[in-house]
Write a protein that binds this ligand. Structure first.
Ligand code: ADP
Length: 311
């Protein structure tokens, strides 16, 4: 069954299309990763999916029910972990989860069981009586996840859940996603960290400037650009290296330069390594390290957009 069907979705803010005609379908049992840089349109898509904001055009259905006509059904079947943590500071961890589970109609013994199970799942059962203000950012995020999953939704949506949190909580969250999926939930996970998406997602959609630019399994995405290699060159005097001049070299598809290194995507059919090295030498940049990388999701993004994923 298709858990999510999105068709020709559009949302504009002041004439700028934050979401520009996106269509996608998500099968039951999938961990679907929506990967894109900041500002790509991930949250706007998710917010329309959850019914938090209205689309300007397009249709969304969840489990074959249109979200506009079946609000209660949709709410009962999804769990949302929003980008901005949404918990009550004045309630204990236990009462936070109880509040959200209570909204779904659970009472008495079943409610208690659901709350304890959710807190246990995120590793906070021993902190049940503590207040969020005593928690680290990562623990708050985990509490937020407990609030979203206590009613055992079919679809769990997590919007950049690992931004700004400690590595331990980050690993905990990534493991939780895998476990929730094994237990039967379909997951939508947005991130601008390609390593996370690679590690946990069974299907990936790459989004940029409000458009879904490619979709598939990790292997399918990488195979789509087998004809591209990225040459990574670390050198001295990198300020002498000019992106546009490099792009003029035969076979160069995309270039990204940071303080220490240049990343040059090149068509694998063209052997231009000598020309690239010559260019660096001419510019007085001494090469300290050179590595030719086979495609990863970063390469996919760089090749399709000419830009890197990271800011
Ligand atoms: P992402 O989640 O991928 O970082 P967003 O969906 O938050 O991207 O944003 C997509 C674009 O829409 C950005 O250019 C952002 O500035 C703009 N945007 C998002 N929400 C609003 C809003 N409420 N008002 C105006 N512009 C917005």
């Amino acid at each position: 069954m298709k858990i999510v069907k999105i068709k020709n979705l559009v949302k504009k803010f002041n004439d700028i299309a934050a979401v520009d005609n996106i269509s996608l379908e998500i099968e039951e049992g999938e961990v679907y990763g929506l990967l894109g840089p900041n500002g790509a349109g991930k949250s706007t898509t998710i917010n329309m999916l959850c019914g938090l904001i209205r689309a300007d055009a397009g249709d969304i259905s969840i489990m074959d029910k249109s979200i506009n006509k079946n609000k209660l059904f949709v709410k009962g079947n999804i769990g949302i972990v929003p980008q901005d943590i949404a918990i009550y500071e004045e309630l204990t961890a236990y009462d936070n989860v109880k509040f959200f589970a209570g909204l779904y109609g659970f009472r008495g013994k079943e409610l208690k069981e659901r709350v304890e199970e959710a807190l246990d799942f995120v590793g906070l059962l021993d902190k049940s009586k503590n207040y969020p203000m005593e928690f680290s950012g990562g623990m708050k995020r985990r509490l937020n996840i407990a609030c979203a999953i206590a009613h055992k939704p079919k679809l769990i949506i997590m919007d950049e859940p690992t931004v700004g949190i400690d590595p331990q909580s980050r690993n905990h969250i990534l493991e939780s996603v895998k476990k929730l999926n094994k237990m039967g939930s379909t997951i939508i996970y947005t991130s601008h960290y390609m390593e996370e998406i690679e590690a946990i997602c069974t299907k990936i959609g790459i989004i940029d400037h409000g458009k879904l630019i490619i979709e598939g399994t990790k292997e399918e995405l990488k195979n789509s650009i087998t004809n591209v290699n990225t040459t990574c060159i670390a050198c001295t005097s990198i300020e002498n290296i000019d992106e546009n001049e490099l792009k003029e070299l035969n076979g160069v598809i995309g270039v990204e330069i940071n303080e220490t290194s240049a990343y040059i995507s090149t068509s694998a059919d063209v052997n231009n390594l000598d020309k690239i090295i010559l260019y660096f030498t001419k510019k007085g940049a001494k090469i300290k390290n050179l590595e030719i990388k086979t495609p990863d999701l970063e390469t996919v993004f760089l090749t399709l957009t000419g830009r890197k994923l990271r800011d």
